[in-house]
Structure formats: structure tokens, C-alpha cells
Design a binder for this molecule. Structure first.
Ligand code: IRO
Length: 314
């Protein structure tokens, strides 16, 4: 195989575009260490809140025929746990690729508090502000409230100078792609990540005439094959609307090298794997790299830049 998967993201070179999606295999130091020792080129921590949270009652994640449904409810070890892990990791691995740190406060002020602490810390990786958690009862997804996106980003960029991206929920209408892109283009964002799970799906076990997860009467975020076309649409919609300085991370339905290839064609730079990482474990990254290289070899591409974003219209 001659194809190279080298990827430049925010002026740094990665050996390949693959990493985990926040929430999957990144809750504990053990899982984070496993990611760092895998073939993923970098990794992201579980979205954190200021204080440790237990999350929603179980069962709260189910693997289903075409993907997954979850209503985890933001269980996490708390901001300080991940900050300590990340800063120690950086010291121990001073030559390693920058890592990603995800925050998902329950209010504007909680997000600002964590981002201030990150700004004042030794953390020198990339920060992902999760504006799209669908699973905390009583808390709507922030990024479906366009005024709230503006309010948060305006306050964040008054003090935050480290690289920052936002995790977006899927949008389903051109009016929304246009409106959100117009807002995001006003800020010095490093990237957007499309997409979080498709919120509030309902998977039913017909035999038992029952839902399959306990929280929210069975409603939960969908991932996996169900979401790939929506993910691709969002990657493409934002890639074609955002200032070129704002990169797009593609997340949603990446199960094979071909799925990865499709996200790259739509314009994604890094690629995050959620449901399939949960199914297969960290060896998924080795398989995805081999499959993507095989496709590139077959098509005569030696680098990702030769086709990134070059999706043809009819
Ligand atoms: O329920 C979760 O913890 C969760 C989060 I924060 C998210 O951003 N996306 C998701 O599907 N689940």
C-alpha cells in the first residue's frame, strides 16, 4: 500500500485522521490510556462537567441492529480528573500529537468556568465545547437555540485564546445550516464537529413491546448506520458554508474505510468513531486505516488532500 493518511489539523501533523468520538472509550484513565496506545492518531476525553456526575439510570446504552441508542446523561469523573489526566499526559508524552478536551457544562456559567480554568492551565491541546448533549432531562440541546450559541461564543472569545471547536447536533434544514454557519463564521473557531447523535430517537423491541433503554421512557441519541447520511449532509453543509479557517471534523456512522472516505470527500479533516469503537474496541482503528488505504490505492490517490472536499455534484 502506498497511500499516506497524513493529516494536518491546526498546523499539526497526524499520522491518520482517526480518533474516538467523545463519550466512547474515554471516561476513565484506563480507557484513555488504551486510546493513546492504539492506532488512533489522537483522542478526546469524555465531556466533563465541573463536578463528577453519575448520569442516568441503566440500561442507558444499547447496541441495536443498525447502530446504537444512548441516554447516558453525561456521566463523567469531573473536570479536574480529565484536566489532571491531560496535563500529566502532555508532560509524559511531550512529542505526542495534541489531544482534545471536551467540556459540556449544564449552564453558560458552568461552561465559562471550565473554559477559564483551561485557559489558565498548562493544557496546550485542543478544546471541544459540546453544545449538543441530547440526554440530560430538562436541558434542551444548546445548539438548537441560535441566540444561545451567540451568547456563549461571544462570552467565550472574550478571554479564550487556545484552539477551540464546537460539537454540533445534526441540523435538517437549509435555513438552519445557513443561520448556524452565519453565526459561527463570526468567531475565531478552530473547527466544528458534525455530528453528535441524532437526539431523541426511539428504538422498540417489538417482541417485548418495550423500549430498550431506561431513561426518558426509552428516548435517546442515535448513532451508527442510522445517522451516516445525516452526518455527511452536515459535514458537507458546514464545509461549504464556513470560512476555510474553520475545519470540519466528521463524526457519524464511520464503520468502514468507505464511510471514512465519504466523510473526507464531504470535506472532513479529522474523523471520529463512536458506535463502532464501542462495538469493536480500539483495534477498529487499525482496520479503518487499512480499509481507507486500500480504497485510496485502488483509486490511485496517494494523499487525502487529493480528494478531500471534492465531492462531485450532478
Ligand atoms: O448522554 C450523554 O452523556 C451524551 C452526550 I454528553 C452527548 O454529547 N451525546 C450523546 O449521545 N450522549
Amino acid at each position: 500500500m502506498v497511500a499516506s493518511l497524513d493529516t494536518t489539523f491546526l498546523d499539526h501533523s497526524y499520522e491518520n485522521p482517526f480518533m474516538n468520538a467523545s463519550g466512547v472509550h474515554c471516561m476513565s484513565t484506563k480507557e484513555l490510556d488504551e486510546l493513546s496506545n492504539s492506532k488512533a492518531s489522537t483522542f478526546i476525553t469524555k465531556s466533563s462537567t465541573s463536578v463528577k456526575r453519575a448520569g442516568n439510570p441503566e440500561p442507558r446504552y444499547r447496541s441495536v441492529p443498525l447502530g446504537s441508542i444512548n441516554s447516558m446523561g453525561l456521566p463523567n469523573e469531573g473536570f479536574e480528573y480529565y484536566l489532571e489526566y491531560a496535563t500529566k499526559y502532555q508532560k509524559k508524552n511531550s512529542k505526542a500529537n495534541p489531544i482534545f478536551f471536551s467540556v459540556a457544562g449544564m449552564s453558560v456559567s458552568e461552561n465559562l468556568k471550565m473554559l477559564r480554568a483551561l485557559q489558565d492551565s498548562d493544557f496546550h491541546g485542543i478544546v471541544e465545547l459540546n453544545l449538543s448533549c441530547p440526554n440530560v432531562p430538562g436541558k434542551p440541546q444548546v445548539a438548537y437555540d441560535f441566540e444561545l450559541i451567540k451568547e456563549i461564543l461571544t462570552q467565550v472569545f472574550e478571554f479564550f485564546t487556545k484552539p477551540l471547536g464546537v460539537k454540533l447536533p445534526p441540523y435538517f434544514d437549509f435555513a438552519h445550516f445557513d443561520a448556524v454557519a452565519k453565526i459561527l463564521n463570526q468567531y475565531p473557531l478552530a473547527y466544528v464537529n458534525c455530528i453528535n447523535s441524532i437526539g431523541n430517537g426511539l428504538y422498540i423491541d417489538a417482541q417485548n413491546e418495550s423500549v430498550v433503554i431506561k431513561p426518558k421512557n426509552g428516548f435517546g441519541g442515535l448513532g451508527g448506520e442510522y445517522v451516516k447520511p445525516t452526518a455527511l449532509a452536515n459535514v458537507r453543509a458546514f464545509y461549504t458554508r464556513l470560512n476555510p479557517s474553520i475545519k470540519v471534523i466528521g463524526t457519524g456512522g464511520i464503520k468502514t474505510g468507505q464511510d471514512a472516505f465519504e466523510h473526507l470527500l464531504c470535506g472532513a479533516t479529522m474523523l471520529q468513531v463512536g458506535t463502532e469503537l464501542c462495538e469493536e474496541g480500539v483495534t477498529v482503528f487499525t482496520r479503518l486505516e487499512n480499509e481507507l488505504k486500500e480504497i485510496m490505492d485502488r483509486k490511485g490517490y496517494t494523499s487525502i488532500e487529493q480528494f478531500r472536499g471534492k465531492l462531485k455534484s450532478l
